[in-house]
Every structure is written in structure tokens, then in C-alpha cells.
Design a protein around this ligand. Structure first.
Ligand code: ADP
Ligand code: MG
Length: 389
């Protein structure tokens, strides 16, 4: 991935080189980081992501002949050509499944998308738990929504993109990533209720308060992560069934002990339930603290969330734990893993004055442990998907 955000003009120029015509427009959709609310989205719970300044930028033009031509500046290989009426779920194992899946989902929902030429490039680190997949889906969905004048709202595009990823790509994911990419706004975190998709934009301007949020991409992705995600999901569904609720969201925080008693010796399920119920409470606590202007006080809540993911949900890994432990021992306000787990990224809340020392402590700790050097950057809450030109 190129580090600089690709300008709309550059992406449009490349489109013209590839396809011999000018694009009808250029769109951008961001990656995201989740502040708090992990593995709650498939339990109908709360999440709180914000958009990264890193985006996927796509130049797009309509076609009327049923052809879908796709090109990524970040992947070796040329233009891939497909036919919109031949798109079939799980038929494609390559990157093109994400944009093709969006076209498939739009057409399946009855929207008259008759083809497109697409060229895209991204600054969202891929496979780092920062949702490059959602950025890719949402940028294509937004472009087609505009060009074909479909009139779909951000949350509707997010639903279609989730369907593309679940059914067409074949990856079981919740609704958070796509909604974050489509609906986040600059300077805010998005408090999202994944049951009804109701949203609140919560002001989250750390720079104004002298703080920074560091993202530490561990650059590892442990191979078994997809299977483990599926197991956690099934375990949560089992917990809901045993407790007689539609989803774990329906277990109230003050009813947690009673629920755990009812689960008896289902130790594995008890742990999953405890994480989800306490995590939903942590999201609500973070929202309340931010709204009360007590931003620094969210630090310990993040660290609590990490402990829950490590000990109860058991999806952390040595690299993520090392980030959190080192950062906290070096004076961070709080830290946690973010995203699906087993690698990917962690977030660290720091005083601006401590940013360099804490980053260095983490990098040094990775070197001392013999881990690959992590990528560390400060994340500013940035705009959601939008048209560039
Ligand atoms: P994450 O969403 O955390 O980055 P995923 O495994 O869900 O990780 O999605 C990464 C996949 O998305 C890549 O393997 C690739 O198939 C696709 N992808 C993301 N960004 C791009 C891009 N710029 N060009 C082509 N494919 C991309
Ligand atoms: Mg993804």
C-alpha cells in the first residue's frame, strides 16, 4: 500500500490509462478502528468505531453492456473482467470477490446495476484488523449508489456490503465495519446499536484535549483466526439459546450473575457470555464518560475490555498483550486489542506529551521479544465515505 493518500486526480488518471475513458467520479471510503465494543456486533450489541484517515479511493464509470471490470493498484495482475449476470456467491477467492459481491448484492436487492469499470487504490493496511475489506466494499457501493441514483442511505449500503462479505465472499462478519466506513463523521466516534442500527455521533476530539490515540498494527495474523471467530460466534448463539433470549444483548448487566448461574457448568459459554454482557456495559460507560467530558477516564475501561477479551473471550495473542502491557507500564491512559483478535491491531490512549516515549517502548519491547517491528500511528477520527470528485 502506498503511504500517501492517493489524490482523486491521480486515481482518475490511472483509470483513464487502464480503460481509455474518463471516470464519472472518484469516491473514498475509510478503514476504521473500534474504540470499544468488541465481538458485540453479532450479539445485537453496541459498538463504537471511528473512521481512520486511511482510505480506499475508487474511480468508477457505469457500463450498460453487463461487463464489470475491476482493477486494484495494490494487487499484482491486470484488469479482471466479469459479467454482472454471472456473479455467483463463493465463486471467487480473489480480492475481486469484495467489489463483485457488492454488485451482486445490489442486483439481488433489485437495483438495476448494469456494469461498471472500477480502478481503486488504498492506504488502509490490509489484514491488520482495520477493515480494508469494508473500505473496499463501501467505496464501490457508494459510487454505484451515486452513479445509478439508487438513493440508498449509508446504513442501507452498509447492510448490502455486509451481505456481499457474508454471502458472496463467504466471510462471517458483523455489521460494524461497513457501517463505520459508510456512516462515521470527522471528529466523532459512532455509537451504534447493531440491533436496530440506530446511531449517535459522539464528539471525540482527542487533539483538542491534549491526547492521542495510537494504533499499533502488530503485523501478525495468526492462521486459525477465521475458525476461532466462527467458534466464538457459535458459542454466543449457544449462550443465547440456553438463556432463552434472541441475542446476548438481551442479558442485562445487572442480571449477569443470575445468567451465569443458569449456565451451570457450561464454562466455555459462561466466559463468552460474561465478555459480551460486560463489553456492552463498557461501551455505555465510555459513551457516558465522553459525554461528561471525562475523556481520560475511558483509559481504564479500554484496559478492562482487553482483559475481558484476553481472559474470557480468549482471542488475544502474545503480540497484542505485549502492546497493552508495555504501553500501560510506560504511562498510557489505557490500551486494548481492537478488531477480531489473534493479531491485527491494538489501540493505546496516551497523553500527547508521552506519545513518543510510549511508541518507542512498544517498538523496543517487540524487538526484545523477537517479534516483527509493529507499525505505530496516531489515529484522528476522520470522515466516513464520500465523493471526492
Ligand atoms: P481487513 O478487513 O482487516 O483489512 P480482511 O481479511 O477482512 O482484512 O480483508 C483483506 C482483504 O481485502 C485482502 O486480502 C484483499 O482481498 C481485499 N483488499 C483490501 N484492500 C484491497 C485493495 N486495496 N486492493 C485489492 N484488494 C483489497
Ligand atoms: Mg475485513
Amino acid at each position: 500500500m502506498s503511504e500517501a493518500v492517493a489524490g482523486a486526480a491521480t486515481v482518475a488518471e490511472r483509470f483513464t490509462q487502464l480503460y481509455g475513458t474518463e471516470p464519472e467520479g472518484v469516491w473514498a471510503a475509510p478503514g476504521r478502528v473500534n474504540l470499544i465494543g468488541e465481538h458485540t456486533d453479532y450479539n445485537d450489541g453496541f459498538v463504537m468505531p471511528f473512521a481512520l484517515p486511511h482510505t480506499t479511493v475508487a474511480a468508477v464509470a457505469r457500463r450498460t453492456d453487463g461487463r464489470l471490470r475491476l482493477h486494484s493498484g495494490d494487487v499484482d495482475g491486470g484488469v479482471v473482467e466479469l459479467r454482472v449476470d454471472e456473479l455467483a456467491p463463493e465463486s471467487d477467492r480473489a480480492w475481486t470477490a469484495y467489489p463483485a459481491g457488492v454488485v451482486w448484492a445490489l442486483r439481488e436487492a433489485g437495483h438495476p446495476v448494469t456494469g461498471a469499470d472500477v480502478h481503486l487504490t488504498s492506504t488502509v493496511p490490509s489484514g491488520a484488523g482495520l477493515s480494508s475489506s469494508a473500505a473496499l466494499e463501501v467505496v464501490v457501493a457508494l459510487a454505484l449508489n451515486d452513479l445509478y441514483e439508487l438513493g440508498l442511505k449509508g446504513w442501507q449500503l452498509a447492510r448490502l456490503c455486509q451481505r456481499a462479505e457474508n454471502v458472496y465472499v463467504g466471510a462471517p462478519t458483523g455489521i460494524m465495519d461497513q457501517t463505520a466506513s459508510a456512516c462515521c463523521t470527522e471528529g466523532h466516534a459512532l455509537f451504534l446499536d447493531t440491533r436496530d442500527l440506530s446511531q449517535r455521533q459522539i464528539p471525540f476530539d482527542l487533539a483538542a484535549e491534549g491526547m492521542r490515540l495510537l494504533v499499533v498494527d502488530t503485523r501478525v495474523k495468526h492462521a486459525h483466526s477465521d475458525g476461532e471467530y466462527g467458534k466464538r460466534r457459535e458459542g454466543c448463539e449457544k449462550g443465547a439459546a440456553l438463556l432463552g433470549v434472541d441475542a446476548l444483548r438481551d442479558v442485562p448487566y445487572d442480571g449477569l450473575d443470575a445468567a451465569l448461574d443458569r449456565l451451570g457448568d457450561e464454562e466455555e459459554v459462561r466466559r463468552l457470555v460474561r465478555h459480551v454482557v460486560t463489553e456492552n456495559e463498557r461501551v455505555e460507560r465510555v459513551v457516558a464518560l465522553l459525554q461528561a467530558g471525562e475523556t481520560r477516564a475511558i483509559g481504564p475501561v479500554l484496559t478492562e475490555g482487553h482483559a475481558s477479551l484476553r481472559d474470557d473471550f480468549r482471542i488475544s495473542c502474545p503480540e497484542l498483550d505485549l502492546v497493552v502491557d508495555t504501553a500501560n507500564a510506560s504511562g498510557a491512559l489505557g490500551a486494548r486489542m481492537t478488531g477480531g483478535g489473534f493479531g491485527g491491531s491494538a489501540i493505546v490512549l496516551v497523553e500527547e506529551a508521552d506519545e513518543e516515549a510510549i511508541s518507542k517502548a512498544v517498538v523496543d519491547a517487540f524487538a526484545a521479544a523477537g517479534f516483527t517491528a509493529p507499525r505505530v500511528f496516531a489515529a484522528v477520527p476522520s470522515p466516513g465515505a464520500h465523493r471526492l470528485s
